[in-house]
Write a protein that binds this ligand. Structure first.
Ligand code: GLN
Length: 454
């Protein structure tokens, strides 16, 4: 049924870069056989899903929406891919994204943008716009995204769906093509909080193949979602972050957020205002740290080992082939960030830019820690605005970056967060997201509060 739905509507939305009908049907048949034999792999066995095209898959291409990896079929599966296969979730295909996960609108895909199913004249958010759009257009009941600075949460907000950025180190990055390694984290997307929790449970856990993987038990996110669904938040302390609530945000977003806070109070939560003064510097710090890591990580695309090679007559030097291949293979946003990062890391500038940004990063984590001494979770709007029109910001990178200010602090600290639908903005009728944030390894709190609110 989902493959039929994809055939029917994805020509319009372009949420998929690759549809894997045969492997998905084969995986589904294998699950049916397992059920008939009395051995069911997991509660989600047989439920199909879509995977962001940044996780490696041996039976389909992995392009990261870049020309430099066009047609590349990886020799190994990401740990997330393996866990999905082992739990019996057929993978319907790979979803569209901003190239190498850099962007907030999915317009930086080298294969064309994804349209927002809520309003096809608008962007679905980014970088994981495809993973959110498949949910909003009923092409898949679940999907996987990655969140380096908001790429799971912001598309969820803009499409009226749910998405979680788990605590850094709790979902393996093995086989997740790196954007900024110290920030990247895979996570689950769904249409309800409980669906998302069930998927979270499948993909999280320690992985010896990821050197930053945490040796920690996965909190009981499914139990927390079930508890939250009972609608009782008595005893839960919620902090409203003063620095993420501003008159400069879209009025309908603020109105929706204020209504959400009132609802949390009605559910019994105690709500107080907290201040995290360093959050104001998160955007500046993020847009130095991310490009710095990008400039290093993307050096691997050298036209020698895999991917695009531009070598017209085979008589050019390695340097010339590398330069021509990178010039042809990377899009403008990726090049911009490689250049910014190379500059920020260069001798003489390192301390002033990268070093300073790392100090800010520490201050942001301290602000979170101080807040969590007073409250169990923090809340804010997920995005200061609703989905904008396609093309509106694509030629103004700074305008695009500025929309990320609510989601970035969390990635810099390595903590966890979720976006849940929070109604529609009054002026444009478009979805708004409520962002819920919690300390490291307290992902269960997101699900309890999210399920109570939803
Ligand atoms: N929009 C942010 C950026 O462009 C976040 C991207 C992400 O989370 N992958 O970097």
């Amino acid at each position: 049924a989902h493959l039929d739905r994809i055939a029917e509507v994805d020509g319009t939305y372009h949420a998929f870069l690759h549809v894997a009908a045969e492997p998905a049907l084969a995986a589904a048949a294998a699950v049916d056989a397992a059920i008939a034999a009395g051995s069911v792999a997991s509660p989600l066995a047989g439920v199909p899903l879509a995977l962001k095209d940044v996780f490696t898959t041996t039976d389909m291409p992995t392009t990261c929406a870049s020309k430099i990896l066009e047609g590349w079929v990886p020799p190994y599966d990401a740990t997330v891919t393996t866990k999905l296969r082992e739990a019996g979730l057929p993978i319907l295909g790979k979803t569209n994204m901003d190239e190498f996960a850099m962007g907030s609108s999915t317009e930086n895909s080298a294969y064309g943008p994804t349209l927002n199913p809520v309003d096809p004249e608008r962007i679905p958010g980014g970088s994981g716009g495809g993973s959110a759009a498949v949910l909003a257009s009923w092409q898949a009941p679940l999907s996987i995204g990655t969140d380096t600075g908001g790429s799971i949460r912001q598309p969820a907000a803009m499409t009226g769906t749910v998405g979680t950025k788990p605590t850094y180190g709790t979902v393996s990055r093995y086989g997740l093509v790196a954007c900024a390694s110290s920030l990247d984290q895979g996570g689950p997307c769904g249409r309800t909080v409980l669906d998302t929790a069930l998927l979270h449970q499948v993909i999280a856990g320690y992985d010896p193949r990821d050197s930053t993987s945490r040796h920690a038990e996965v909190p009981d996110v499914v139990g927390a979602a079930r508890l939250g669904a009972q609608g009782d938040l008595r005893g839960v302390k919620v902090g409203v972050v003063r620095e993420l609530h501003s008159d400069s945000y879209q009025p309908g977003v603020i109105a929706s957020f204020d209504a959400a806070v009132a609802q949390l109070k009605d559910l019994g939560a105690e709500v107080i205002e907290v201040s995290c003064p360093s959050f104001e510097h998160a955007l500046a710090a993020y847009y130095l740290i991310l490009p710095s890591e990008v400039s290093s990580n993307l050096a691997r695309f050298d036209a020698m080992r895999y991917g695009l090679r531009v070598d017209d007559d085979g008589r050019h030097s390695a340097d010339q082939v590398m330069a021509a291949s990178r010039a042809a293979g990377f899009g403008p946003e990726v090049k911009r960030r490689i250049m910014i990062g190379t500059y920020a890391l260069s001798a003489g500038y390192y301390d002033a830019y990268y070093g300073k940004a790392l100090q800010v990063r520490t201050m942001i984590a301290r602000d979170f820690d101080a807040a969590y001494e007073q409250v169990d979770v923090l809340v804010s709007p997920t995005s200061p605005v609703t989905a904008w029109k396609l093309g509106e910001k694509v030629n103004d990178p700074l305008a695009m970056y500025l929309q990320d200010l609510c989601t970035l602090p969390l990635n810099l600290a390595g903590y966890c967060g979720m976006s849940v639908p929070s109604g529609l903005a009054r002026e444009d009728g478009l979805p708004v997201g409520l962002q819920i944030m919690a300390p490291a390894l307290a992902d269960d709190r997101l699900y309890r509060v999210g399920a109570a609110y939803e």
